[in-house]
Design a protein around this ligand. Structure first.
Ligand SMILES: [Zn+2]
Length: 350
């Protein structure tokens, strides 16, 4: 829906790189992508490797220094860090990982169906989280407290953002001084699901979740939470105004930018038009943002659900939007949001 719009922008960009041999200020235009998904079947290391090599090709072509790979927030148990840990051993420091999307998130979604959490579930959850960090993850992700379904077969997931297991994870993350990457499609107050999202697997009513998210942020101030997908949420409530309010109230909140959508109010439109309200927030809080394109790279022999293939062409449009932002931001802000904040938050290169 947004990939076809800007052939001119692509040609313009390619034109720029081909004449870009003039020396750059150190690192100018470089960036780190903190939100990339590789798709292959569980344990299919050669297929994960194929996806990783494709990621490296994109990184070389687009001046991406480092990427963080992670499982999406799965509704059911699936591939998590088993193969990614081996990919990271082979390709570090250019590829680093987060963990929990294929293990902790399914436990969280299951626990969210009933009130209360048994001691056994808490213990398994904590042991799994500890194992993820011990296997080399730079943090936890991708987890979700509200994930809208955007296509048939794409899960709707929702739990209270201050669910006991998310509070437990916040404490574990604080103990290890690592961030949590959280997908939360924000809903300020209960609403009827918009008609355009009704055809997917969403319930008729979407529950308010911003106050619960603020309680999670307040639960442990040492826990850094990276709120994913700023700039392009499907509902339209993830606004510069809301983000400014939450940044001001919560010193432990950071956001990863997925800038492009054809929705009015998105950070970068497919035409390349940039939303000045968003730019004002980035300039005001340059230490709170990183880039996360949500690029999905699917191995040739992947046999899982079709959704990643449906979404696989979106990453290119997001990366184009990120380059557009890097070109309009003041150089010091572009450097911080481009890579310095990510290096600090995720302790990359250490
Ligand atoms: Zn997400």
């Amino acid at each position: 829906m947004l990939a076809l719009g800007s052939l001119a922008a692509v040609i313009g960009f390619l034109g720029c790189t081909s004449v870009g041999s003039a020396p750059h200020a150190a690192g100018q235009g470089d960036w780190i992508d903190v939100h990339v998904h590789l798709f292959a079947d569980k344990g299919a290391l050669a297929d994960f490797d194929e996806s990783a090599r494709e990621a490296l090709r994109i990184m070389d072509a687009e001046r991406i220094r480092t990427i963080l790979i992670m499982s999406p927030p799965r509704a059911r148990e699936g591939p998590d860090t088993e193969s990614l840990a081996q990919i990271v051993r082979k390709y570090r420091p250019r590829i680093a990982m987060l963990g929990g999307g294929g293990t902790l998130n399914p436990m969280l979604q299951e626990a969210g169906k009933s009130t209360g959490v048994s001691e056994g579930v808490r213990q398994t959850f904590e042991e799994t989280a500890e194992h993820i960090i011990a296997s080399g993850a730079k943090g936890f992700g991708e987890l979700t407290a509200h994930h809208l379904s955007l296509a048939p077969g794409h899960a709707h997931e929702a739990v209270s953002p201050d669910h006991p297991l998310l509070r437990l994870l916040a404490d574990i993350a604080a103990r290890h001084d690592v961030p949590i990457d959280l997908h939360l499609d924000p809903v300020p107050s209960d609403i009827a699901t918009p008609a355009n999202l009704g055809a997917a697997q969403n319930p008729p009513v979407l529950k308010a979740n911003v106050e619960g998210f603020e309680r999670l942020l307040a639960h442990n101030r040492k826990t850094k939470i990276v709120w994913a997908h700023a700039g392009s949420d499907p509902l339209g409530y993830f606004t510069p105004k809301l983000v400014r309010e939450l940044i001001e109230r919560h010193a432990n909140l950071a956001l990863s930018i997925r800038p492009t959508s054809s929705r009015p109010g998105s950070m970068v439109l497919p035409t390349g038009d940039v939303n000045q309200e968003w730019i004002a927030v980035l300039r005001e809080f340059p230490d709170r943002f990183v880039f996360g394109s949500d690029t999905m790279i699917v191995a040739t022999h992947y046999t899982g659900p079709n959704t990643p293939r449906l979404f696989a062409n979106r990453g290119e449009g997001q990366r184009r939007g990120i380059r557009r932002l890097l070109s309009v931001l003041p150089p010091d802000v572009a450097r911080r949001i481009g890579y310095e904040n990510a290096e600090r938050l995720y302790k990359l290169g250490r």
